[in-house]
Design a protein around this ligand. Structure first.
Ligand code: SF4
Ligand code: SF4
Length: 370
């Protein structure tokens, strides 16, 4: 296992981290704990969980595993910020996580799922969640205060530059990396650790192996391994999280990051240009089209359309339902596809030359259910 520095924290974390959101429904607490301990025995030392993962069993599974884990390890968990979060509610959540995990201190505590700059401001407001977590840190309950986010690279840069956090966790993979690259570079420049989640594009990559076979460096590696290596080999990424629900998956994924050659940014840029040639039907979420006069969040809808390109009508419908359920698509903020007036300004700006107007119209007619 290769270990990389997590920002300026002094901690060396395994290039592959264990994401605790993929334990199977029929997996018992002890069976899950056994998988976690096995991962630790293969060198994984970064374990990421959160309240509510896996029907709210994930923290309990890790807590069970930690009772008998022999190797050194670091624990990452999160405070859900809710609709009107405050310092006291975050404090309660931290105490609850400590109890369930059976530990005295959370190594990496996340302000969870910051969606954009407005959300960030709420987190940082006086008396808000950040200050509750900071107090817990001062009392020794937390090692490092970090955040997770689904914001754009540009917004992540702004958050990072404010200087309140020691690390960031963000979604990054061969589908969306242009959208987040700026945030990763900014975090690295400012000495923050970077954890990446969703390296397999929410299952899109393993479920479409033929389509993504171009990322493989040789015939012996699987597409999943190639996708993990793409993240883990980035010099600005400290740890690549992968949700693992069996020992076989753990072994397969650990093999992917063996003998990893850390790529320089210049090499990533070269890879980026060759990837794009293969991705000509997919939106890369680069955001060049974002100057819509109607304020439509075009990258978000085009990213959704990716699921139609790759997985067909059921794939896009399932993803839309999931995004709606968690408020990741909000017609008040993102506007609706039906708000498009067909000016085609976006199409002239699109780096992929996508027929955005037609795609929005198609989503409106075939996918939107309210
Ligand atoms: S064509 Fe539609 S989505 Fe594109 S910029 Fe004009 S209004 Fe916005
Ligand atoms: S629609 Fe085109 S310009 Fe807009 S984010 Fe996607 S690829 Fe980039």
């Amino acid at each position: 296992m290769i270990y990389k520095p997590y920002g300026k924290t002094g901690k060396m974390v395994s290039a592959l981290g264990f994401g605790g959101m993929r334990f199977k429904d029929d997996c018992s607490i002890e069976e899950g704990a056994e998988i976690v301990r096995y991962a630790n025995s293969l060198g994984i030392n970064y374990f990421d969980t959160a309240p509510n993962y896996c029907n709210d069993r994930s923290e309990d599974i890790f807590g069970e595993a930690f009772k008998n884990m022999s190797g050194e390890f670091y624990v990452s968990t999160k405070s859900s910020l809710g609709s009107e979060p405050d310092a006291d509610s975050v404090r309660r959540r931290i105490e609850n996580s400590l109890k369930r995990l059976g530990i005295d201190k959370i190594n990496f505590h996340h302000m969870w799922c910051i969606m954009d700059l407005n959300h960030y401001k709420k987190v940082m407001a006086k008396g808000g969640p950040y200050w509750g977590a900071l107090k817990a840190k001062e009392e020794g309950l937390i090692d490092h205060l970090v955040f997770s986010t689904h914001a754009s690279g540009e917004e992540i840069r702004i958050m990072v530059e404010e200087g309140y956090f020691e690390g960031v966790t963000l979604g990054y993979n061969i589908l969306n990396f242009p959208y987040r690259q700026e945030g990763i570079l900014a975090a690295h420049q400012h000495g923050l650790g970077v954890a990446t989640m969703n390296p397999l594009g929410g299952g899109l990559i393993p479920e479409n192996q033929e389509y993504f076979s171009f990322v493989k460096q040789n015939q012996n590696e699987s597409v999943v391994q190639a996708a993990l290596r793409f993240n883990a080999s980035h010099e600005c990424i400290s740890v690549t999280l992968s949700g693992m629900g069996s020992k076989e998956e753990v072994k397969h994924n650990v093999d992917a990051v063996k003998n990893l050659t850390i790529l320089k940014n210049s090499q990533i840029e070269t890879l980026k240009s060759s990837l794009r040639q293969d991705m000509n039907q997919l939106c890369t979420t680069c955001q060049y089209c974002k100057h819509c006069p109607k304020g439509i969040n075009i990258p978000k809808y085009m990213d959704l359309y990716n699921y139609y390109v790759l997985k067909g009508i059921n794939g896009i419908k399932e993803m839309y339902e999931l995004l709606s359920k968690y408020g990741d698509i909000d017609f008040e903020k993102d506007m609706a596809p039906s708000d498009c007036i067909g000016c085609k300004k976006c199409e002239t700006l699109c780096t992929q030359k996508l027929n955005i107007v037609d795609r929005l119209d198609w989503i409106n007619r075939n996918v939107i259910t309210k």
